[in-house]
Write a protein that binds this ligand. Structure first.
Ligand code: NAD
Length: 339
């Protein structure tokens, strides 16, 4: 089988590439990635040595490049991780989110229609459901929860999801979608909460926490997410959406305090900064469907996953230190320093 993995130089995509090479070494993996600020070729260094792995630098919204790749490789499955993924950046500049997340999805699916495909899989997010109130812990997102987005990021992901389902209904394209909660683990770009806090705590720098740190996220170890995607794209029903989450809800403040405790650093490093506009309060996934249909369950407890993640950041300092030097520093200053 030949699988095109878009966005494979990013956080979840690269973890997915490594899982595929480990669990299905007979399959060919073609990674298509534009290498934006979030994509990093050093992340794929070990994959590059695998005989069944190939890397192509291209934009998913570049029709000619995408069609050329389909002509050369005749993929059986396309799994689309490529996206602009950071909410704060979408508030600053929504246009690129629409271009990549919606138009790019259209270009990929058009190529799937033109050349034929066994499965097009869209990697989506629980953020398409909007948020839940903090005082209703009994409420969870199911696949039937209405789309109700808050940010340009989640709106662009929701737009893409609707287009994917329309290509199933209108053209019969065999598609599937997973909507996952917040991931954490190795190769997570240091602008996101957990790696940001780890890298700053290690340097004894202030840890900027939005608002009062009360926002609740449902954290899932990245490998568990990748296993869910693998199951759905190979065995899930076409035309279906599957929610993926681990029933592991924590406030941002709890997560930050756990990291400080693991690193033996003082809570006095925590600094509360002005909240993000439109900040979603609580995400919580009901993963009953993927469990009952495909037998998926998360394997990694948060306490173990966070310890493994911290250890990874300690063992791979060069990877993230290269990223947080230079251009990234300007970005950090823009979002947190003046707040
Ligand atoms: P990321 O920002 O770490 O990686 C995105 C990758 O896509 C990068 O390698 C980047 O170079 C590439 N890319 C961006 N624009 C591109 C384009 N036009 N053409 C080709 N490549 C392009 O993102 P991530 O956190 O790994 O998220 C991957 C996917 O999973 C996204 O679709 C995101 O919406 C979804 N998701 C993420 C989370 C999470 O917690 N991170 C949770 C649920 C769903």
């Amino acid at each position: 089988m030949t699988i095109i993995v878009t966005g494979g130089a990013g956080f979840i995509g690269s973890n997915f590439v490594y899982l595929q090479l480990k669990e299905h070494p007979e399959d060919r993996i073609i990674c298509l990635d534009k290498l934006t600020y979030a994509g990093n070729l050093s992340t794929l260094q070990e994959a590059m040595e695998h005989p069944n792995f190939r890397f192509i630098k291209a934009d998913i919204a570049d029709r000619a490049a995408v069609e050329q790749l389909f002509e050369q490789e005749h993929p059986d499955i396309v799994v689309n991780f490529a996206a602009e993924s950071h909410v704060d950046r979408s508030i600053e500049n929504p246009g690129i989110f629409l271009q990549t997340n919606i138009m790019g999805t259209q270009v990929l699916m058009d190529a799937c229609r033109k050349y034929g495909i066994q499965r097009y899989h869209q990697v989506s997010t629980d953020e398409v459901y909007g948020d839940l109130p903090l005082d209703r812990p009994d409420l969870f997102f199911t696949e039937d929860t209405p789309i109700h987005t808050s940010s340009p990021y989640s709106s662009s992901k929701a737009g893409a999801d609707l287009l994917v389902l329309a290509y199933y209904r209108t053209f019969g394209l065999p598609v599937s979608i997973t909507r996952c909660s917040n991931n954490y683990g190795p190769y997570h770009f240091p602008e996101k909460l957990i790696p940001l806090m780890i890298s700053r705590a290690l340097a004894d720098e202030a840890l900027p926490v939005y608002g009062k740190g009360e926002n609740v996220r449902d954290w899932l170890y990245v490998e568990d997410h990748c296993k869910a995607i693998d199951l759905v794209m190979r065995k899930g029903r076409a035309g279906e959406v599957y929610n993926v989450g681990g029933h592991n809800e924590r406030t941002n403040l709890e997560v930050v305090k756990t990291i400080l405790k693991e690193l033996g650093k003082p809570e006095s490093l925590i600094t509360f900064v002005t909240d993000r506009p439109g900040h979603d309060m609580r995400y919580a996934i009901d993963p009953t469907k993927i469990h009952s249909e495909l037998g998926w369950l998360p394997e990694t407890k948060f306490e173990d996953g966070i310890r493994q993640t911290i250890q990874w950041y300690l063992d791979n300092k060069k990877w993230w230190q290269d990223i947080i030097s230079g251009e990234y520093q300007n970005y950090f200053d823009q979002y947190y320093r003046q707040k």
